[in-house]
Design a protein around this ligand. Sequence first.
Ligand code: ADP
Ligand code: MG
Length: 725
Amino acid sequence: MSTSDDASRADGAPGGRGEPPRSLATRLERLPGVGSARARRLERLGLVTVADALMHFPRDYRDFSGAHAVGDLVDGEHASLAGTVADVGTRTTARGGQMLVVRLACADGGVRAVWFNMPFMARRFAVGQAVVIAGQPRRSGGKWEFAHPEVRWLGAGERHDASEWLAVYPLADGVQQWHVRAAVQAALEHGAELPPEALPAGILAAKGLLPIAEALREIHCPSARPMIDAARRRFVYQELFMLQLALRMHRAQQQRRRAAPAIPCDARVDGRIRARFPFDLTAAQGRVCAEIVADMGRPEPMNRLLQGDVGSGKTAVALYCVLAAVAARVPGAPAAPSGRAPGYQAAIMAPTELLARQHAATLEHLLGDQGGRVPRAELPVELLVGGQSAARRRASLERIASGEARIVVGTQALLAGEARFRNLALVVIDEQHRFGVVQRGLLQEGHTDPHTLLMTATPIPRTVAHAVYGDLDVSTLDEQPPGRQPVATYRVEREQTDAWWDFFRRKLRDGRQGYVVVPAVEESKRGLESVGSAYEQLANGALEEFRLGLVHGRLPARRKAEVMEALRAGEIDVLVATSVIEVGIDVPRATLMTILDADSFGLAQLHQLRGRVARGAARGICGAVAGPGASPRVDAFVATTDGFALAEQDLLLRGPGDLVGARQSGAPPMYLADLLRDAEVVAEARRDAIDLFQRDPALADPALDRLRHLIAARWGDTLGLARIG
Ligand code: ADP
Ligand code: MG
């Protein structure tokens, strides 16, 4: 939430001999008590001006009440003590390092505070000075000792309980807490100006939010514990409200700029498409298909995210929509020699070549006569993947450009990089867990944009989806196809692996197929289980009697495809693989899985892997082999098969700030908002943003100047909102 942008660099203004008036843009080194050496350090944190310091929010608070007594101290438990410096000394430790020892006299006894190899700390203490220290005490040589405690130096006459909560700031290399604290304090006390209010007065009042000046003081120097939450709430709200507005504006601009083909889809088309599937669509699939088709019927580009747990049948939905798109004719286009108007094109982008090939194969099957069940459909499918010859690639690209290729399946890299379409109506982006709000387009000549359907099997809690993808509509498949049973998942301790292999072998002898998943060499913490050596060990050991296949990321794609085909055809019993099989691969007869070194996979990844064995008639079985010790991810994984619950768990385990996809896509992370904890605020901010946007889509009301300005500064580049500034 940097605001230095808008505070014009006024500090260069001629100020005569006297100090120029201070403003938000005043450089920190000009403030009393900061100095140029410290200012240079602070630059490493991006803190240059008063505004930067004010908007550098604490990540935590420490109890600095100084209320503890020496007599109450408990080994290892946070405490804060008030006292006066009785002695400052430096020693050399046994290893030749330097130790600073500060003895404090407190009301009921003495304690020591020590610092190792930080000689400059000595200068900060003077005998007789009043301080508060906070940290974890240890009993050492019969005395209480605090190693590297936090320190608050009390000014003359300042009471230790004047501010009980001390802010703890994010730091950078070489920047210490007290550097930041001093700068923030100086900015608050001497900055002379606080940022103007950005939130509309009506919203402040209606939501009971603290006004900016008070919120800033309270977030840095809380006057009481509840004020921390109140201040934080204000900034979280502001952050989410601005993001929601930015996303609304982005979407409005997109839709204004671009037109998309309106694809009609009536009951007749619906019936014809449904008849091609070897199963009935689930109610959820039907509902979601209808949502998507309704979007495609409008002449603005659809931007829809389809989320559904692993195995919920997203591919069927995608193929339905692809068939609906290509069933339509391009209006006004010159007729082909056949006398028919040319049809639209649709593209499916897959993250891997394996998956692209699988989708193409599924499509070929759907479009075939399926043993006389439905008439063969004359819809050319073009596959565009790496490893094809240059000549073949060129011919494909030509057919795509001429419009002859109607359905194009390929890897993201190739489709986004090389293909130019003629009449593209729909792009499906499959298994996309790393997209953000940016970079989603696919090029085509001409004046319309395609509709876009994004699919993810890493379900995102609804609040997060709203916060991060507020410019997308979200459809959710909340139902599994009939007959599915949750995968029986076990945690296998390393010493139990022999027993596990016994069990695994028995199931294989019953005629099942399965996978053994091994972390790729780089992924494995111990680097032990390289997939090649795991394969050899299994082939000569536990799985000796079975036919094994091997697939990993470094194999040529053609070879990977052959191995997958052999698995599908039942020519191999067990596939030893890295997580290349993580996404999308669909071999219903494979219902067994062993995941080695499970603790080196992410939670979403584990769930994806397990999804591979959740699709057969027989109940899937998955063993996660993990080393000794706590492994919260593996425990969470074993405890539930609900992908949505796991997604929430995952966010909790990874902690706030590390949003799904947001980092990878280059969108700025949230500064304060924690999308799970702040779920309610997300919902409120979204409602309020929609409301305001409907009344004043350009934020033209002069009372919103500041808000508009901040949104442009924060999100303008990412979302191409430059014009609103
Ligand atoms: P995902 O959502 O993980 O991409 P898929 O689309 O790959 O799931 O579907 C998983 C499996 O379920 C596939 O084998 C597919 O053929 C099957 N399937 C999809 N929809 C249905 C349905 N309505 N009834 C029965 N099986 C279905
Ligand atoms: Mg899929």
